[in-house]
Ligand binder design. Sequence first.
Ligand code: SF4
Length: 243
Amino acid sequence: MTNDQLPPIKGFIETSLLDWPGQVCAVVFLPYCNLRCPYCHNHQLVLEPDTLETLSLEEILGRLTPLQDWVDGICVTGGEPTIHRSLPALLRKIHEAGFKAKVDTNGTQPEFLRYLVTEKLIDCVAMDVKAPLEDAAYARCAGVYVPVDIIRASIEVLAKAEISTMFRCTVAPTLLAKSDVYRLAAQLKELGAENLTRAEAVPSLILQNFSPADPMEPDLKNVNPLTDEALSRMQDQVNHILG
Ligand code: SF4
C-alpha cells in the first residue's frame, strides 16, 4: 500500500500522557474538518493544511517501534479523522505494527463510526459533543449547521459499543451556558451514555475549558475562560446527572 492510499498525516507527537486516559500514546494529526467551531485551536490544520509538511507513516512507525514497551497506542486526531475514507487503512496499519488505536471524532459520520467499531479497527473513541442536541445551539458551537440527528446516531453507536469511550465538551462561556451543559448531560444519559464502556476512571462526559490563546474566531480572544473551580463544580454536577 502506498502513502497515496492513506490519509495525509500533518502532525505527530511521539508520546502523550494526556490524549488517552491510562495509556501512553503517540498522536497523529489528520487535516481538514467539516465543522468550524469558533474556539478551534487547530485551525491551521483545518483551514490551511497545505502549509504543513506531510509526514510519512513508515517514518512515524519506525520511530515508535523501538518504544513499543512504553507506547500503548496511537491516537488519530485532527482536524476530523472520519472525513477521510482511507482512515480504515491507517488504523489497520497501526494494529499491524502492534499498537492499539484511538480515534478522536466530532461524531458527524455515524455510519462510518459504526463500520470502524464493527470491524474492530478502534480500541478507544473520544467524541466531542459541542452543545445540547438542538439545532440552534449546535450550529452556534460548531460554526456550521449540523443536523443533530446524526450526532444522536453517533452517540447511540458508541453507547452500545464495547470499546473504551468518552464524550467531551469544550465550554466557552459565550457559547454555552451552564444550563446547556446540564441539558446535554441529561440527553447523553437518555441515549445510554451512563452505561458506557469507559476509558479508565474518567467521567462519561468530560468538560474541557476553552483557551482564548488562538481560537478560530478572533473575537473569542477577548473572552475569559471559566475558572478551574467553576469548571470543576460544573463537572461535579454533570457526573451527578450521568450517575
Ligand atoms: S474543534 Fe471543531 S473545527 Fe476544530 S477540529 Fe474539532 S470539530 Fe473541527
